[in-house]
Design a protein around this ligand. Sequence first.
Ligand code: SF4
Length: 380
Amino acid sequence: MYLIWLAGGSCEGCTVAAAGGTHPRLEQLLGGTIPGLPQVELIHSLLSVESGSAWTENLFLAERGQLDAPYIITWEGSVMDESTAGTGYWSGLGEDPRTGRQITSREWLDRLAPKAAAVIAIGTCAAWGGIPAATGNVTGATGLGAHLGADYRSAAGVPLVNIPGCAPLGDNYTETAAALLLHLNGLAPLPELDVSGRPAWLFADTVHSSCARAGYYDDGVFAAEAGEETCLVELGCWGPIVQCNIAERGVIDGNGGCMSVGGICIGCTMPGFPDRFSPFFARPDLAAETTGVEVTQPVAGGFLRRMRLVRGRHRRRDDASPAAGGRPRAPTDRTEPADRFYKAAAPARSEGDAGLDGPASPPATAGASPGSAHGGGAGE
Ligand code: SF4
């Protein structure tokens, strides 16, 4: 299988991200070392060894159907409207060897997409337009879906696959590519895509659902400034509504991720990014996006936290039952679980009972207990 990697309005960050994928690694795909997957030959606008006409020759071969294997297209960056470029062009990719005319990236896309076995849009620019399509955009930049149309199907009947993120997780790309390759090799069904063309198993949940700070959110404890360990929603985090698995998966090999390193979620995987999530670093109006539940969280979380504290105090008074003499434990009385177990399990010994452990312990003095060695026992 050939992988033809084309770039439009791009910063090449998606290439860097894909190169950092670890499950599986890009090298495993290129080396053909994963059982069931075909070896992948990469034709990349940046990473290939060939350049100039030697590189574009690969694209001409693909266009003429003369490659010796099917090809997948991965498109990075937004699709520029070249009709607005005047006598120039926004995004060029090689020349016509006969005329010397510049061929644009978009032209290659239009030539090659109908014959591709699959087309993957990597990154938010490719999926929805991204930063090049933000307000003020003079290039007419759009996402691949808007350009190819909702009805697009590859030569193998595969709809456009979107893997958004700015930059996306490398693992999200390599894992999806592997799933697609398995399907194209006839060994697996088509990977499940959601209504936005994203791999459904990767983008079903919100950032918030896996965020290590979500406990603080529930308790209504929010950071007032960067660097604090608590929930970052007051600093502008959009995690409660943004679909992304970065909090669960990390960036590279399980490490890193926006909230893990103190950053807010700015919604970079979502359609409408960046305009709908701007200005960054301002408290997001989550109520405008959802039912308004989240916007009340500072109040509700604070209330719930106080209720939990009350409940916690109640739990510590559980032995204030009539059977226990009706006396609550002192606040400092903490009996370790292991102490409770041994107290419950050990048979009562009579004075002078040597047993297997030697002489019995001397009678306990008032206020002392086995738990006292751990700081417990007072008042028992
Ligand atoms: Fe949710 Fe963001 Fe707070 Fe994490 S930092 S708990 S994602 S709002």
